[in-house]
Ligand binder design. Sequence first.
Ligand code: SAM
Length: 292
Amino acid sequence: MTSASDQPLSPTLGAGEIRELAQRLELRPSKSLGQNFVIDGNTCRKIVRLANVQSSDVVLEIGPGLGSLTLAILAEAKTLVAIEIDRRLAKQLPDTVLQHLPKKVSDLQVINDDALNITDLTPVQAPTILVANLPYNVSVPVLLHLLEYFPSITRGIVMVQAEVAERLAAKPGSKVYGVPSVKLRWWADASVASSISREVFWPVPRVDSLLLSFARRSHPAANDEALRKRTFELIDTAFAQRRKMLRSALATFLGSSEQASARLMELGIDPTARAENLTLDDFIVIARGIYS
Ligand code: SAM
C-alpha cells in the first residue's frame, strides 16, 4: 500500500528554471501584464490542493506564464485550457510541459489571447474549474467575465492582490464592501483561503497576495440575464456615490430625491441606507421594482 507521502510530488518550476527560461526567451517581466512568476513548487501544489482539482476536472487557467502552476494543475486534472496574452509565453508552454510532464502534453490546450476576449471555448470541453494566478491589474474584470461566460465553471481558486481578495469576499457593512463584492455575489460565494508570501515570486511584487476560493451559487434570479444587467447598472450607480444615502445616490435614476425615497419605501428599502449596507438581494429588489 502507498501512503500520500509516498506519492511523487507533481512537477513545477523552481527559481533557477524560471530564470533560465526567462533568459532564453529574453523575457523582461512586464509590469503592465502583471508578470510575477511563482518560483516555489510548494506554493503551486498548495494552490492545486486547496482548489481540490480532481482527475475528472477540465481546468481553465488564465495567465499560465512560464508554467509553474500549469504543471502542478496538469498533474492532477483531466485536461487544462490555458489562456495567455503574451505570445512568447503561450508558444513556450507546450514545450515546457513536454519536458517536465510529457504524458500530459496532449491534455493541454494553449490559447494566445486576452482572457477578456474569450467568450466561447468550443470545441474544447467546457471548463469545470478556474485555477489561476491572475494578472493583478485585470483580476476583477477577468473573474467576473469568466463567471458570466462559462456557466460550466462551478468552483475555483484565484490568486489576487490581497486588497482585491478582501474586497471580493467582503460582506455588507464592511469598509471594503463595494462593486466587486456585490457583483461577485451574483455568481458565487467567495472567501479568502490563504495568504501567499511575496518571496515566492520573481520578480518580488510590491503588494501582498491572497488566495480567494469561490463556489458558484444558485439563486432564484441567477438565470435572468436582463435582471442581472439592470442590477449591475444599479450597483454601479449606487456605489459611484457610496457615502450618499440611497435616496440621493439614486435621485437622477428615479427622478428626484423625494421620488427615490417614496419608491424605495414602497419596495421595503430604507431610503437613508447607503449602498455599502445593501445585500445583493436588496439590489435585486430595487432593480425589479424600478424597472417594472
Ligand atoms: N501563472 C504564472 C505563475 O503563477 O507563475 C504567471 C502569473 S502572472 C501573475 C500573470 C500572467 O497573466 C502573465 O503570464 C501575463 O502575461 C498573463 N496575462 C496578463 N494579462 C492577461 C490577459 N488579459 N489575458 C491572459 N493572460 C494575461
